[in-house]
Design a protein around this ligand. Structure first.
Ligand SMILES: NC(=O)c1ccc[n+]([C@@H]2O[C@H](COP(=O)([O-])OP(=O)(O)OC[C@H]3O[C@@H](n4cnc5c(N)ncnc54)[C@H](OP(=O)(O)O)[C@@H]3O)[C@@H](O)[C@H]2O)c1
Length: 334
């Protein structure tokens, strides 16, 4: 496993991180507790120290289970969580209703707001610390940007939390370059977490070059395009009730059929390296200029171990060129 510093924080985090959105169950058609805990422990055993979660993942459930899974091994983990999506008050900017994507399995319907006011962040950090059973968070990220609160107010509060030792580094997510600059006017930003994979390339021109120039870690989320790039989402695959993927065009039978064709074209390269398609997709992601860390979601220890294995893969410039050509041939994929 390779490790890279999160911006200028002096925190060394594994290039492959564990993403724990699916572990929360909501939008993913449910979750299994033992499998989830084993996914966390297997990741750590394989050298993955970066674990990314958020309060919204299962409305607290993902954080709670991670807290349980890392009991006794807290010092081996770079714990990353987030703030800014709330569901207990109607304040800030309305973001979505939980039943738009499927009903929260834990409770009833929630109205989710983007809110990054100072007092709200303070409430959220205390709740996360409690759920995670720890007294510090290594990387604290603003999950989605709240246009109703001045960035100066948000960042000043995050800097206070850092001074108090409750958080060690500050990151943003789903932010434009302009928004990142506004944060930087107040204090140092160590990371930016954005959607990035073989099919979602917007940040090639946007946040990736900016992060690279400004020594900000770039954490790619959904690197497997939520499983599509693993090859196992064949057109026949039936999604569980409540799995939000079933409602998206990306996972239509037609798109899955086309994706299988693209993956067949990439298979010889995976075979050359003796790796799976999921490992090829994860490895490709961290080989892109400016991309420092890749957050792979895993629901069980087998997926977690396989994803960790991608951290050892070295792709050559010729491999990368070949992949680029294949991606260009399938640019019509959603
Ligand atoms: N900041 C944000 O707004 C944001 C948004 C999205 C995600 N994230 C973060 O990024 C993480 C990763 O993204 P993601 O969970 O959306 O998607 P992802 O990593 O692209 O895909 C995860 C899914 O791929 C499948 N999978 C994983 N490993 C596999 C393997 N080795 N072989 C075969 N299939 C495999 C599993 O699907 P099955 O469930 O079908 O088994 C898993 O649930 C999240 O968990 C979260 O921490 C952040």
């Amino acid at each position: 496993m390779q490790y890279k510093e999160l911006g200028q924080s002096k925190i060394e985090a594994s290039v492959i991180g564990l993403g724990t959105w699916a572990i929360g169950g909501w939008m993913w058609g449910g979750t299994e507790k033992e499998d989830s805990l084993e996914a966390v422990r297997a990741s750590v055993d394989q050298g993955v120290n970066l674990i990314d979660t958020a309060p919204i993942y299962g409305f607290g459930l993902s954080e709670e289970w991670i807290g349980e899974a890392i009991k006794g091994i807290r010092d081996k983990v770079v714990l990353a969580t987030k703030c800014g999506l709330i569901w207990d008050r109607a304040e800030g900017v309305f973001h979505f209703s939980s039943d738009e994507y499927s009903v929260n399995p834990r409770a009833s319907r929630y109205q989710v707001y983007k809110h990054l006011a100072a007092f709200s962040i303070r409430t959220e950090v205390e709740r996360s610390l409690r759920r995670l059973q720890t007294d510090y968070i290594d990387l604290y990220q603003t999950h989605w940007q709240d246009e109703s609160t001045p960035v100066e107010e948000t960042m000043s509060e995050l800097l206070k939390l850092k001074q108090e030792g409750k958080i060690r580094a500050i990151g943003v997510s789903n932010a434009t370059v302009e928004q990142i600059r506004q944060y930087q006017d107040v204090g140092p930003v160590d990371s930016d977490q954005e959607l990035y994979n073989m099919l979602d390339r917007r940040h090639d021109q946007e946040n990736l070059p900016y992060c690279q120039e400004n020594n900000i870690a770039f954490l790619a989320y959904s690197p497997l395009a939520r499983g599509l790039l693993s090859g196992k989402l064949t057109p026949e695959r039936q999604f569980n009730a409540g799995d939000g993927r079933s409602m998206q065009e990306r996972f239509s039978e037609e798109n899955r059929r086309e994706a299988q064709k693209m993956l067949s074209a990439l298979m010889p390269l995976a075979e050359k390296h003796d790796i799976t398609l999921a490992q090829l997709a994860a490895a490709w992601t961290f080989h892109q200029p400016g991309c420092t860390h890749v957050l792979c979601g895993a629901r069980n220890s087998a997926q977690a171990e396989a994803n960790a294995g991608a951290g050892r893969v070295r792709l050559t410039p010729e491999d990368l060129q070949e992949i680029e050509q294949t991606l260009a041939d399938f640019h019509h994929l959603v």
